[in-house]
Design a binder for this molecule. Structure first.
Ligand code: GLN
Length: 554
């Protein structure tokens, strides 16, 4: 058994969830982080996932939602996206781990002989491994917020809960607190908010030896003082630690709601720390901008995972940020690319002001994406392509503008005579699917005088990648002659990172995923520029419509 009773400067907040999943533990953890940072504390966040996959990289977005990528190339849970958008914490592969990773390390150690003589068991070996991975991120920060995936009561999360129970014992009461996020359903027939599921969930936690210090109570209406008292009494929690987490219109209001409920004050009291008062002006400013936009645009997102919108979480947020930068509400219309194949781009895209084609894998729906691009290119509708979105844009231009009708990606047609998108040399013969793509941050040189340069205002940038295929350099000259501008390249010039089409008001696409780096306080330049052009396109369209109407009025 390892000794964890060491002196660590960092204090820990463990966030668990009860009753049902999808209550927003990730957002709650991120908002706690934002509040503590606003008080001048340094923080970090970590997500513990109880499933057995080593990382979510091999799971379908339909199953797991978006795979978020960090600078160091880790394929992580989408909650890390919330953490990075809400806080200044710099996250790496150590900020997310799974049961799969825990067992992987333990089995490697066992084979090496590290446990020689011992029977390897869940307690203490698995719990020790979990504790080491948690403590490993506590370098020089005041507070570490650790979110436990899953719902209390799941078989899978038990070792995680046992490990965090032990940590309070190891590190002391003033250094560890437990926050439990729960649901309080309103039952219309009884005209009442019901507390029983929360009582059961807290009981379940207490059975394992964890007494929550704070309850975050999700409900569609505020909790009365009386109800807070009742919950406190039944759950053994102080009344002022029962926080009403009422539904909000926009996620960026969550830190403000928590603050009004006294959450940050309670946390610092329990952890016995002194801080300045929180500075929340920036959050107030964002909430105000989102709730009172001056303009409105509708973006069509043509993709494959349209029924599972968590698959495009960061993209969705980055578009909202692009709107924030232009005082504009951004409505999103998800369009199934297979539907485009059946009904045509003109029918499905007629009500949108701009079109975005996001990342994706596999050939399903690709032709629908290509015909959407042809439609927006010919009708000069602002277009933004990301990763696969850029690859299909290049295929479309090669086919239609260069006249190479059979152009394709070898991902969709390995035998294509015109492989304008092809697998990278290093990827040939890679059979193992987990963690083997071009992943994480890579530098890019932006060409002066291009649209990309006008929005970035910089030549040297760095963006995050997650793909195997690239533009085939053999076709670069021909496409350039046809009007393509290679506006961003890897510093050695060998890889295309950003492209644009000259004969169009906004046809910009990139091989990387800019959505991972957009923040509400710092909207990403490409999203800012895209929404700006969408807004201009819409305003122009409206003007034309007015001019047309005028003669009819006479
Ligand atoms: N499937 C493409 C590739 O692997 C694009 C990946 C993506 O859009 N993230 O290159």
């Amino acid at each position: 058994m390892m000794d964890f009773k060491k002196q660590i400067k960092t204090k820990f907040i463990f966030v668990t969830g009860g009753v049902v999943s999808s209550l927003g533990k990730g957002l709650a953890s991120a908002s706690i982080g934002a509040l503590l940072e606003s008080r001048g504390l340094s923080i970090t966040l970590q997500k513990l996932d109880p499933y057995i996959n080593v990382d979510p990289g091999t799971m379908s977005p339909f199953q797991h939602g978006e795979v978020y990528v960090t600078d160091d190339g880790a394929e992580t849970d989408l909650d890390l996206g919330h953490y990075e958008r809400f806080t200044g914490a710099k996250l790496t592969r150590r900020n997310n781990f799974t049961t799969g990773q825990v067992y992987d390390s333990i089995i490697t150690k066992e084979r090496r002989g590290d446990y020689l003589g011992y029977t390897v068991q869940v307690v203490p070996h698995v719990t020790d491994e979990i504790k080491s991975k948690v403590l490993a991120i506590a370098n020089n920060v005041d507070i570490a917020i650790i979110e436990i995936g899953g719902t209390v009561g799941d078989i899978e999360s038990l070792p995680f809960l046992e490990a965090i129970r032990q940590l309070r014992f190891d590190l002391g009461k003033e250094n560890v607190i437990y926050v439990h996020l729960t649901l309080l359903p309103y039952i219309a027939t009884a005209h009442e908010i019901k507390t029983k599921p929360t009582q059961h969930s807290v009981n379940k936690l207490r059975e394992i030896g964890i007494q929550p210090d704070i309850l975050l109570c999700r409900s569609d209406r505020p909790l009365t003082a009386e109800l807070k008292g009742k919950i406190g009494l039944f759950c053994n929690v102080e009344k002022d630690a029962v926080i009403s987490a009422e539904d909000v219109k926009c996620i960026y209001e969550v830190p403000l709601v928590f603050h009004r409920e006294g959450l940050d004050e309670k946390i610092i009291k329990l952890l016995n720390i002194w801080t300045r008062a929180p500075k929340l002006e920036q959050w107030e400013d964002i909430a105000k901008k989102i709730n009172s936009p001056k303009n409105e645009v509708t973006i069509g997102i043509v993709g494959k995972y349209v029924n599972r919108q968590d698959s495009y979480k960061s993209l969705h947020e980055a578009l909202i940020h692009g709107g924030l930068a232009n005082s504009c509400r951004v409505n999103l219309q998800y369009i199934d690319s297979e539907e485009v194949e059946k009904k045509g781009a003109q029918t499905l895209l007629k009500n949108v002001d701009g079109v975005l084609i996001p990342g994706g894998f596999g050939s399903r729906g690709v032709e629908g994406k290509i015909s959407s691009i042809k439609y927006v290119r010919e009708n000069k509708i602002p277009f933004f392509g990301i990763c696969l979105g850029m690859q299909v844009a290049v295929i479309e231009l090669t086919r239609d503008v260069c006249g190479l009708k059979n152009a394709n990606s070898t991902e969709f047609d390995p035998e294509t005579p015109e492989p304008v998108i092809d697998i990278m040399e290093e990827q040939r013969g890679v059979n193992s699917k987990g963690g083997t793509m071009r992943l994480g941050a890579y530098p890019c040189s932006v060409k002066k005088g291009t649209k990309a340069h006008s929005v970035y205002g910089a030549v040297d940038i760095s963006e995050r990648h997650r793909h195997r295929y690239e533009v085939n350099n053999r076709y670069r000259d021909e496409l350039e002659k046809a009007g393509v501008e290679w506006s961003g390249l890897s510093p050695d010039g060998s890889l295309v990172e950003i492209m644009e089409y000259r004969h169009h008001p906004w046809f910009v696409a990139c091989q990387f995923h800019p959505e991972f780096k957009s923040r509400p306080m710092a909207p990403h330049p490409l999203f800012r520029g895209f929404i700006k052009s969408v807004l201009a396109h819409k305003t122009q369209g409206l003007k034309k419509l007015k001019q047309k109407k005028k003669p009819g009025k006479k």
